[in-house]
Design a protein around this ligand. Structure first.
Ligand code: AMP
Length: 286
């Protein structure tokens, strides 16, 4: 397992893999790796000669009151985990390597970055789009792997890659969950024992929304689905819901009625204590 820290050595490595007839898969992460990240690494390792996991806690995607300084950093364990799942390289740039003094360019993806997560976390997606674009330019992958867990992020990045003609295949992999249904997240470790138990209510709310759609089919009001999800969330008073919506899965636009032909997604963001959790369910998925 090779750990690379500079953009120059990273690009050189990728170019030499491709020059030798190989392909490169990459998995951008912020570290504190869990089985969700591992599934992306393993999937890439099955398809590509080299699989690079990047670990970079990107300061520009955190708001001033968010958890940048306390975000879990577990590099030694992460290196082991990448190796165990078939990764061949880890790219761990410093903040100075990614944002040298004088850096000022930012990618703005338009209105889709301003709703839902973007409304709760102003500037978040400009930070994400800019750093992912830079990481792709550093790792020069054939294919980049992302998790459906961050659904809006996948929509934003798909748009950036398409709008900017970035020469990379963009692949989204399903959300990996704990046995009780809680979506795996590096932030789950912030939860107290009690909050950890309460957190599964987010998954229960998604299941309740999905069940209503299964029973009523296309034509059910999205507001009814949203009310159902909120009622489940409200059954645990400690959960502070930021949003619980049923929207078009391509545009994330609100719709009056569920239309299964177009594809819908249920999206929830909620706080438990000091921890902010997000989860989603695409209607039609298992
Ligand atoms: P993060 O380290 O949280 O920035 O996540 C890095 C990548 O792993 C992103 O593409 C995430 O969507 C993905 N990811 C995070 N949690 C999960 C999960 N539970 N299942 C699948 N992918 C995930």
């Amino acid at each position: 397992m090779e750990v690379l820290t500079t953009v120059a050595e990273m690009q050189q490595l990728s170019r030499s893999v491709v020059a030798n007839g190989g392909t490169v898969g990459c998995v951008p992460t912020m570290g504190a790796l869990h089985s969700g990240h591992a599934s992306l690494i393993a999937r890439s390792a099955r398809a590509h000669t080299a699989t690079i996991a990047s670990i970079f806690v990107n300061p520009t995607q955190f708001g001033p009151t968010e958890d940048f300084s306390t975000y879990p950093r577990t590099l030694e364990r992460d290196i082991q985990m990448v190796a165990e799942h078939g990764g061949t390289h880890i790219f761990v740039p410093s903040v100075a390597e990614m944002y040298p003094s004088g850096f000022s360019t930012e990618i703005s993806v338009g209105p889709i970055a301003d709703i839902l997560e973007g409304a709760s976390r102003p500037g978040h997606f400009a930070g994400v789009a800019t750093v992912v674009c830079k990481l792709l330019n550093a790792m020069l992958p054939t294919e980049a792997f992302f998790g459906q867990k961050d659904f809006q992020q996948t929509v934003v990045l798909k748009k950036m890659i398409s709008d900017l003609l970035l020469p990379v295949t963009f692949t989204v992999m399903p959300t990996i969950r704990e046995p009780d249904g809680l979506a795996m997240s590096s932030r789950n470790r912030y939860l107290t024992t009690e909050e950890r138990e309460q957190a599964i209510t987010i998954y229960s709310a998604l299941l309740a929304g999905k069940e209503l759609i299964r029973l009523e089919g296309s034509g059910v009001r999205t507001s009814a689905v949203e009310t159902t999800m909120r009622q489940v969330l409200e059954s645990v008073p400690e959960i502070r819901t930021e949003y619980a919506v049923c929207v078009d899965s391509t545009t994330l636009e609100s719709k009056n009625f569920v239309n299964l032909d177009n594809g819908m997604v249920l999206l929830i963001a909620a706080r438990l204590g000091t921890t902010r959790l997000i989860d989603n369910m695409v209607i039609g998925d298992a």
